[in-house]
Design a protein around this ligand. Structure first.
Ligand code: ADP
Ligand code: ZN
Ligand code: ZN
Length: 728
C-alpha cells in the first residue's frame, strides 16, 4: 500500500482491536522492535497533516517539553483522534463540502416594487414577525448588494422565513461555500486618516521583511477596521487568514461583524461547536486551496491551513491564549508568530494594553509597530475617577460597598437612560464566612483554600475543586456565634444594587450565572437591547464588548487585583482596569469610570488614570530587568504533585539538588504555591530562570535528562510532574 507522511492509517492489534495512527516518516530502515504490524488501510484520500504541520508539532513538543502524542491530543478534533474506539466514526464519512442556504426575494416581487411595498404595508400592520423577517431580506439586498442573506439569519429567525418561502414570497438557494477570490465584493469600512496611517505603518514594516507587528490602539480606536482591511487584502490574494480571539463567548459580536462583511467566508472554530462540526471544519480546510478565513480560539492554530498568509491576534495580552492544562502548555500568540514565520506570512498582534513581551519586541525593532491613539469618530476616551474608599468611610459617604461618588454617577447615568457596568473580580456573595468570636473560617477538605459563600444557594463552594457544603448554623469551633460574611463578591453587589435601585433592571454575568451558551446570550442580548440597565460581572465584562448604551463603568475594588501574589499582578491590573474602562462611552456620549480603591496614590492606578501605558511599561520593565523576570528572562516552571506530603518533599528536594548542580542560581525553590493542596494532592514547584542570552534549548535538554532520572526512580514513579514553559 502506498502511504505518505501525514497519512492517517489503521493498524490492527490483537484480534479485534484497531488503532488509527499517523504516518510520521516513510523510510527503509528496519525498526528495532521485533514484530512490525502492517497497515490495514489509509483513512482519508489525502494526508491529515501537512509537512508544515508536522514541523509545527515537532517544534511544539521540543519547545514545550512534551511528547508528540500530547501535541496530537490537543491538535486534532475529537473525531479524528487516533484511538481504539473513535476509529470507525469518521472513517466512511466522505467529506462533503458544506453548503450554505440563502434566502432571496422571489423574482416576481423583486421585479415589482409596488407589489412588494403593498405586501410590506400589510405585514407591518398584521404580521410583525413576517414583516421583520422580510425587511431583513430586503434590507440585506441593499446592504450586501448580492441579494443574499447572511447565514447568521438562519440561526435566529428561521420560522418566519420559512413561512415566507411557503407563501412564495421568498425563495431558497443552496450554494457551496464560495471560495472565490473576488475581493471587490467585500464592502470595507472607509478608514479614518489615523487608521490609514496605522495600516500603512504595518505594511511598511512587512515590506522591511518583519514577520510580526504590534498594533497598539486604545479601546474604540478601530483596530478591528484595520484587521478588516488586512483580511480583505489577504483573501483577495488567495491567502488564508486566522483571526485569533481569546474566548469565543466574549467575541460573538466580533464574529457577527466579520460575517457582515465577509459573509460565508467566515469559519468559526471553538470548543462549543459539535465534534462533527469541528471535524468537518478540519476537513474543509484540508481540502481547500487557500482563501480561508477562520475566527477562532487558541486551538485554531492546529487547523490545516494551506497558504497561511496572515495571523491576527486580537487582545494579544490576554492570558487565555495560554493553555494551562493539559500539555502542551502552549502560548497561542507565540505559536502564531512562529507559524506566520514558517509559512512566510505575517502576524499582527493587536491590543490596547500590549503584553510587556510584545512591547519590548516592538521597542527593539524585532516587531513592526503601529499606533492608534484616538477613539474613532466623536467618541472620546472615558473620564476616569479614582475614588478613595477609606476617605469615603471616614466622611460617612459609603453605603455598603459603594462610595457616594459612584452612587451619584449611577443615578445620573440611569436618569439619562444610559447603562452601567459594574466590575468586581470575585464571584459569589462573600469570599468567605468567618466567626467574629474566634476567627474560624470554613476550609475545603481537599484543597488548601477557604470556601466561598454563595448566598443564593446558601452554600459554601470551593472554587478549585467544586466541593460544596451547606452553611453551618453556629461556628463549629467555638459554637458561640453566627458566622459573618467577610469581603464581597458579585452576588453581594447585585443584592446591594437591587436594594439601592429597586426600580432598575439588573443582571449579573459571572460563571455562576452563565451555565450555558444560551444563558450567556440571553444576558448579553438583554443588555445590548437595553432591557437591563446595570450589568454586574467578573472578568467576563471587561473584554471586548461593544455596547453603545454604556456611559458608566464602576470598579468596586481595585485593591484585590493589585494584591495578587504574582509577578504579573501589576501588569494585569493595568490591563484589566484599562479594558473595563474601555467599555464606557464607546459611541458619542462621554463615558465615565469610577475606580474605588484604598490606595488612590498607587503608581499603577495613577497610570490607569492618565492612560499612561508608556509610564507603566517603563516602571515595570525596569523592575523585571532588575529582578530577572520576563521579558528579560525566560521561565520554566515545574510543578510536582502527590497525595503523600513526605514523599513529595523528598522527591522535590532531590530534583532541586540535581538541578541546582547544573543550573546553580538559575533555579528557584522548591516553594509551596499560594494554593498548595488541590483535590487532596500536595503541590510544590520549582522555577528555572534562563537569561535571554543563554541557550534555552540546551537548558531544556539538561532538564529533560534530570526529569527522566526522577521518572525512573522507583520511589518517585507516582509523583506527577508537569512542565510549564513560559508560565503566565
Ligand atoms: P477597537 O477594536 O480598537 O476597540 P473598534 O474597531 O471596535 O475598536 O471600533 C470602535 C467603534 O468605532 C466600533 O463601533 C466601530 O464600528 C467604529 N469604527 C471604528 N473605525 C471605523 C471606521 N473606519 N468606519 C466606521 N466605523 C468605525
Ligand atoms: Zn476544593
Ligand atoms: Zn468561633
Amino acid at each position: 500500500m502506498e502511504v505518505e507522511a501525514g497519512d492517517a492509517v489503521v493498524v490492527q492489534f490483537g484480534l479485534r482491536k484497531y488503532y488509527t495512527g499517523i504516518v510520521w516518516q516513510v523510510h527503509d530502515r528496519r525498526p528495532a522492535v521485533a514484530r512490525v504490524k502492517s497497515i490495514e488501510r489509509r483513512l482519508y484520500d489525502r494526508p491529515l497533516l501537512s509537512g508544515t504541520q508536522r514541523s509545527l508539532w515537532e517544534w511544539m513538543a521540543t519547545y514545550y517539553i512534551c511528547s508528540l502524542g500530547e501535541v496530537m491530543r490537543s491538535a486534532l478534533p475529537a473525531l479524528m483522534k487516533p484511538s481504539a474506539d473513535s476509529e470507525a466514526q469518521l472513517l466512511d464519512r466522505q467529506f462533503q463540502p458544506r453548503t450554505e442556504r440563502y434566502y432571496r426575494l422571489a423574482p416576481h416581487y423583486a421585479a415589482d416594487e409596488k407589489a412588494l411595498n403593498e405586501l410590506l404595508d400589510r405585514y407591518e400592520r398584521r404580521a410583525p414577525r413576517l414583516y421583520a423577517a422580510l425587511l431583513e431580506v430586503v434590507g440585506s439586498e441593499e446592504r450586501m448588494r448580492t441579494g443574499e442573506v447572511a447565514r447568521r439569519l438562519l440561526r435566529s429567525e428561521i420560522t418566519p422565513l420559512n413561512t415566507l418561502v411557503k407563501k412564495e414570497i421568498l425563495c431558497v438557494e443552496e450554494h457551496t461555500r464560495d471560495g472565490g477570490h473576488d475581493a471587490a465584493r467585500f464592502l470595507l469600512p472607509t478608514l479614518s486618516e489615523h487608521q490609514r496611517q496605522a495600516l500603512e505603518a504595518l505594511h511598511a514594516s512587512f515590506e522591511q521583511g518583519k514577520t510580526a507587528a504590534l498594533l497598539h490602539g486604545i479601546t474604540g480606536s478601530g483596530k478591528t477596521e484595520i484587521y478588516i482591511h488586512l483580511i480583505a487584502e489577504t483573501l483577495a490574494r488567495g491567502g488564508d487568514v486566522l483571526l485569533l480571539v481569546p474566548e469565543i463567548a466574549l467575541t460573538a459580536q466580533l464574529i457577527e461583524r466579520m460575517e457582515r462583511i465577509f459573509g460565508s467566508r467566515v469559519t468559526a472554530y471553538h470548543s462549543r461547536l459539535t465534534n462533527l462540526r469541528r471535524a468537518e471544519t478540519y476537513l474543509q480546510l484540508n481540502h481547500s486551496q487557500g482563501g480561508e478565513f477562520v475566527v477562532g480560539v487558541r486551538s485554531s492554530i492546529f487547523l490545516p491551513f494551506k497558504n497561511l498568509q496572515l495571523v491576527l491576534v486580537d487582545e494579544e495580552h490576554d492570558a487565555c491564549y495560554k493553555q494551562a492544562e493539559p500539555a502542551p502548555r502552549y502560548e497561542a500568540r507565540d505559536v502564531a508568530v512562529y507559524m506566520a514565520h514558517a509559512a512566510g506570512g505575517r502576524a499582527v498582534l493587536g491590543s490596547a494594553t500590549p503584553s510587556l513581551e510584545s512591547w519590548l519586541n516592538a521597542r527593539y525593532g524585532k516587531y513592526g509597530f503601529a499606533r492608534l491613539s484616538e477613539r474613532y469618530g466623536e467618541a472620546r476616551p472615558p473620564k476616569i475617577y479614582l475614588s478613595d474608599t477609606r476617605r469615603a468611610a471616614r466622611r460617612g459617604e459609603r453605603h455598603g460597598h459603594f462610595n457616594k461618588l459612584l452612587l451619584d454617577k449611577m443615578e445620573q447615568t440611569l436618569a439619562r437612560g444610559e447603562q452601567v457596568i459594574l466590575f468586581q473580580n470575585r464571584r459569589g456573595f462573600a469570599p468567605y464566612l468567618a466567626c467574629t468570636e474566634c476567627g474560624w473560617t470554613a476550609q475545603c477538605p481537599s484543597c488548601n483554600v477557604t470556601l466561598t459563600y454563595h448566598k443564593g444557594r446558601n452554600a459554601l463552594v470551593c472554587h478549585y475543586c467544586g466541593h460544596t457544603e451547606a452553611v453551618m448554623e453556629k461556628c463549629p469551633s467555638c459554637k458561640v456565634v453566627d458566622l459573618q460574611p467577610m469581603g464581597f463578591g458579585t452576588e453581594k453587589i447585585e443584592e446591594q444594587v437591587r436594594q439601592l435601585f429597586p426600580e432598575v433592571q439588573v443582571a449579573r454575568l459571572d460563571r455562576d450565572e452563565v451555565t450555558s451558551e444560551s444563558a450567556f446570550n440571553r444576558i448579553i442580548g438583554d443588555f445590548a437591547a437595553r432591557r437591563t440597565s446595570i450589568l454586574i460581572g467578573t472578568q467576563m465584562v471587561t473584554k471586548g464588548f461593544d455596547f453603545e448604551g454604556v456611559a458608566l463603568v464602576g470598579v468596586l475594588n481595585a485593591d484585590n487585583l493589585l494584591h495578587n501574589p504574582d509577578f504579573r499582578a501589576t501588569e494585569r491590573t493595568f490591563q484589566q482596569l484599562t479594558q473595563v474602562a474601555g467599555r464606557a462611552g464607546r459611541r458619542s456620549s462621554d463615558g465615565e469610570v469610577v475606580i474605588q480603591t484604598a490606595e488612590p496614590q498607587h503608581p499603577v492606578l495613577q497610570q490607569v488614570l492618565y492612560g499612561d501605558f508608556e509610564a507603566m511599561s517603563q516602571t515595570l520593565l525596569r523592575e523585571r530587568e532588575e529582578f530577572n523576570y520576563p521579558p528579560y528572562t525566560r521561565l520554566t516552571q515545574l510543578t510536582l504533585r502527590h497525595s503523600d506530603p513526605d514523599l513529595l518533599r523528598r522527591c522535590v528536594g532531590e530534583l532541586a539538588q540535581q538541578l541546582r548542580a547544573r543550573f546553580g542560581r538559575r533555579l528557584m525553590g522548591p516553594v509551596a504555591p499560594p494554593v498548595d493542596r488541590i483535590r487532596g494532592e500536595y503541590i510544590r514547584s520549582l522555577l528555572l530562570k534562563i537569561e535571554q542570552s543563554a541557550s534555552r534549548q540546551r537548558a531544556h535538554e539538561l532538564l529533560r535528562e534530570q526529569l527522566k532520572r526522577i521518572a525512573e526512580h522507583p520511589d518517585y514513579k507516582s509523583v506527577t510532574i508537569s512542565i510549564n514553559v513560559d508560565p503566565q
